[in-house]
Design a protein around this ligand. Sequence first.
Ligand code: NAP
Length: 401
Amino acid sequence: MWYDIEYQNIIYEMEEDCKRQSPKLQSENLDSSECEFQRKENIMKQYNVGIIGATGMVGQRFALLLAEHPWFNVTTLAASARSAGKAYGELMENRWQLDTPCPESLKGMTVLDAVAQQDEIVAAVDFVFCAVDMPKADIRALEESYARAECPVISNNSAHRGTADVPMIVPELNAAHAEVIPAQRKRLGTKRGFIAVKSNCSLQSYVPAVYPLADVEDVLVCTYQAISGAGKTFKSWPEMVDNVIPYIGGEEEKSEQEPLKIYGKATETGVENAVLPRFTAQCIRVPASDGHMAAVFMRFAPGKKPTKEAILETWKNFSGPPQELNLPSAPKQFLHYFVEDNLPQTRLQRDLEGGMAISVGRLREDTQYDYKFICLSHNTLRGAAGGAVLMAELLCAKDYI
Ligand code: NAP
């Protein structure tokens, strides 16, 4: 939804600011399209949004991120029939699990039933964020039902990640996959409605570091995943104190297969998965509250192994559309490399750049693979709600929403 705000003097200021910040504009003396874009980005876009699954762990993160968002106004909160009809503040009194308190602005909102009150929700929003714990078939049906009702769905759920015409976007890496949305709309018979998904939280640490490097053929990864990834805290999962569990149901398959969709190619009918790099993964639950760490080994194609310096340079210079478009949730520096041997650490680096940056360290040669390194990302921010908000900003900026 565009609000036609005629703040000409503000726009003038923005254009001047835009020209000052853009070397391209300075050198080529261009002034129209790029400034026009920044202007729309920064002043005019406002959207009404809903959170489906607002009472859950990811839903709470959405509530915090969206309550202060410059483009998105939360008009609707929804969950299961168990929560429907109650005020969000009252419901969350004993369920709020984050250190930052529940936003005051949302406390008085009555939570709706995401299934039974869909029409009411769709009428009140421009699009919805969705993070629910339901059987996969039910999530697929719920998300498609919203999309068919012309309500775009930005999803944290895994149900549609394997659907070829549903883009799975890490905005810095594969923003171009949004090009499959018209094919999905054709299948669904919609004009506006579509589903876009986030990838699993486990791979948000290692895929961003591997992706910018050319000719990687094999990746072996061990992930060390926080308990919030299971929607838990130490209070609700005391068995995790002083404990490590060497199994997370379904996680290793997602960690191996989802990267191939991210590396894939957008075609007229959907995303065609890549064949390389090959990923193999072990996923382990560790006693950290937030933050997924990964130990990564990678091998390049024969004769293509880069120097360590070249890898560090690639990471330092890597950015994507979120940085170019200056999206509100984009980290300034996507990949941060730490030279200290004991970094990154979960507690020290997970909140870097609002929990949206990826921390990398300990890059060194390996005796069996070419290189090994460590990386870390915040699983409920970059890996879940934050990543979804950034994807929504990208899709709004690109006029898919
Ligand atoms: P959670 O804390 O268990 O919350 C589940 C949410 O789903 C609650 O709001 C719940 O509402 C709602 N729900 C359950 N049944 C429903 C129904 N029949 N209709 C409508 N809403 C229903 O789960 P979570 O950790 O936030 O995860 C939610 C989703 O995000 C899952 O698909 C998960 O795989 C994915 N995800 C999680 C993470 C993470 O780090 N936690 C990361 C990436 C992706 P009630 O309160 O009313 O029951």
